[in-house]
Design a protein around this ligand. Structure first.
Ligand SMILES: [Zn+2]
Length: 62
């Protein structure tokens, strides 16, 4: 897995997410050790959909 930002090596990590209703869940994502970019399954899924022509959500700017 290559980082889309810096083209560096990415490692798979397990992340925990805390929702508003206090239901926590963990998921596997990709973490770039060089620039710190994180790719989670939702992002990857959205990108796949976008590349297939299904545009449902706009990219969120931080
Ligand atoms: Zn990177």
């Amino acid at each position: 897995m290559r980082c889309p930002k810096c083209d560096g090596m990415m490692f798979q990590e397990r992340f925990k997410n805390l929702l508003e209703d206090s239901i926590s869940f963990s998921f596997r994502g990709w973490h770039c050790i060089f620039c710190g970019a994180i790719l989670d399954p939702v992002i990857l899924e959205n990108r796949t959909k976008l590349s297939m022509g299904e545009e449902k959500e706009e990219a969120v700017k931080k």
